[in-house]
Design a binder for this molecule. Structure first.
Ligand code: UDP
Length: 495
């Protein structure tokens, strides 16, 4: 079945994803969910991102879901970017990240031209929070803008408290302090705070001031999470945002079959049948899966510590080998050490992009060593597996607190400082192999503590699946969001 003609009174959302896998992937998932709820969606994209992140929707579009891609070329050459570099994980160095943002901002003109010629206008613009130009566009065309920044309610509330109390300003870099007024006693160090409050050598004041204004002008916020996971924080965030928050996740659960799961995000670096065959050959709950997300660029010396910790755990493991431009150094080490040969009886190395959803949902997985990016963390929750937490940057230390302290389904490796993106060399080896091995051991151990952690993780996994089913909290929130925009649309028509 081909793309359907718009139906009368059908709501239309214009979706503009931020160009990084951790944002693009869940935004595409959200487009699918909205379309399943009868909304017509148009996704603004660029050629490489369209193939890379959009292909997963081919089947849905074929089956008649009202999803359409609006593709504009990205002027990479003009902005000094390598050809085909359209996403943050592809930029060769941090300096070029800014140029990628600039290149993407130049889409504003094309999007506005499209809107000029379109009647009726879309009822909503759903765009990446950090895409400030899309806020201007929404304002210009008087279309309500819903923002998405890929973070959970716990982080939003932590950031709110940090911004309004400035509690971190009076403490030293490596001193712990308590975030006041939260439902749980959350302690952090200044060196663990997100970019906004801990920008390293970058000056971000001006950007965050503008961001705050655009956030306050947005109509509402969508969150990839579910209420039952972080109820106290979801309630608090609703209060802050005057009820314009919709938790509609876990978004990754909108894919049910193996082929769809394998298509998510990028071209796989491993054949899915080969990967499943390896997993099938392992005992249930025996494998540790280690992956540090799509954009972290861990230093080779630090990666070696991880590899040796996995080896010394004496358990089967999957290691996703990826460190951006520094990957060849790691490959050299693997080769010279004979690491792969040494561990071949119980290890699977995936070089590049792993089918994370597929792997995590396999019963052989017993633990997930994660960098605590929110998508990965939530995917771990959905899989019902306990986690070894190794935050790197951004809000990942907050996610670790949520997992280890609030939900009690993880063990920390003990990282102390944010590793600033693009400044990894300065951090050196922050976490030693022994600390990594111990945390892995604790997560996988069969004793009472491990059992209880596993039980809690399973329970949360079940709640995650219930949330997106018909009648579940996230399903209801999606209906509420659509109804809210429908009300807006009818008010506009009447006036
Ligand atoms: N991912 C994947 N395979 C990989 C690496 C990452 O499928 O080899 C996916 C992962 O499932 C998640 C996203 O990429 O959905 C990464 O987002 P996250 O928020 O966890 O971390 P980020 O990459 O933004 O730091």
């Amino acid at each position: 079945m081909a793309f359907q003609e718009p139906q009368e009174n059908q709501l239309h959302f214009l979706i503009i994803p931020l160009m990084s896998p951790g944002h693009y992937i869940p935004t595409i998932d959200m487009a699918k969910l909205l379309a399943q709820h009868g909304v017509r969606v148009t996704i603004v994209t660029t050629p490489v991102n369209s193939i890379r992140f959009g292909s997963i929707l081919d089947q849905a579009i074929q089956s008649g879901l009202p999803i359409h891609f609006l593709e504009f070329p990205l002027q990479t050459e003009k902005f000094g970017l390598p050809e085909g570099c359209e996403s943050l994980d592809e930029v060769p160095n941090m300096g070029l990240a800014k140029d990628l943002f600039l290149a993407h901002s130049s889409l504003q003109q094309e999007v506005e031209q499209y809107l000029e010629n379109l009647n009726p206008k879309p009822n909503c613009i759903l765009s990446g929070t950090f895409l400030l130009w899309s806020a201007e566009t929404a304002k210009k065309f008087q279309i309500p803008r819903i923002i998405f920044d890929g973070m959970n309610c716990f982080t939003q509330v932590c950031n709110h408290v940090l911004y309004h109390t400035k509690v971190y300003e009076s403490v030293g870099e490596s001193e712990s302090f308590v975030l006041p007024g939260l439902p749980d006693r959350i302690e952090l160090k200044r060196s663990q705070l997100s970019f906004e409050f801990n920008p390293g050598s970058n000056d971000v004041t001006d950007f965050y001031e503008k961001l705050r204004v655009s956030e306050s002008e947005a109509y509402g916020v969508v969150i990839n999470s579910f209420q039952e996971l972080e109820q106290g924080y979801a309630d608090e965030y609703q209060k802050i945002k005057k009820d314009k928050v919709w938790c509609v996740g876990p978004l990754s659960l909108c894919y049910k079959d193996v082929s769809e799961k394998a298509l998510r995000g990028n071209k796989l670096s491993i054949n899915k049948t080969e990967c499943l065959k390896w997993l099938d050959s392992q005992d249930n709950g025996s494998v540790i899966y280690a992956c540090l997300g799509s954009i972290s660029r861990v230093e080779p010396d630090q990666v070696v510590e991880l590899a040796l910790a996995l080896e010394s755990s004496k358990r089967p493991f999957i290691w996703v080998v990826r460190a951006g431009p520094k990957t060849p150094k790691i490959e050299k080490w693997i080769d010279e050490e004979g690491f792969e040969e040494r561990t071949k009886d119980r290890a699977l190395l995936i070089r590049g992009w792993a089918p994370q959803l597929l792997v995590l949902s396999h019963p052989a997985i017993g633990g997930f060593l994660t960098h605590c990016g929110w998508n990965s963390t939530l995917e771990g929750v959905c899989a019902g597996v306990p986690m070894v937490t190794w935050p790197q940057f951004q809000e990942q230390f907050y996610n670790e607190k949520l997992v280890v302290q609030v939900l009690r389904i993880g063990v920390s490796v003990g990282a102390q400082n944010v590793v600033h993106w693009g400044e990894e060399e300065k951090s050196g080896v922050g976490v030693k192999r022994e600390e990594l091995r111990k945390a892995i051991e604790m997560v996988m151990e069969e004793g009472k503590e491990g059992e209880e952690r596993r039980k809690r993780a399973k329970e949360l996994g079940n709640l995650a699946h219930k949330a997106i089913e018909e009648g579940g909290s996230s399903h209801q929130n999606m209906t509420r969001l659509i109804q809210d925009i429908r009300n807006q649309a009818s008010t506009k028509t009447i006036s």
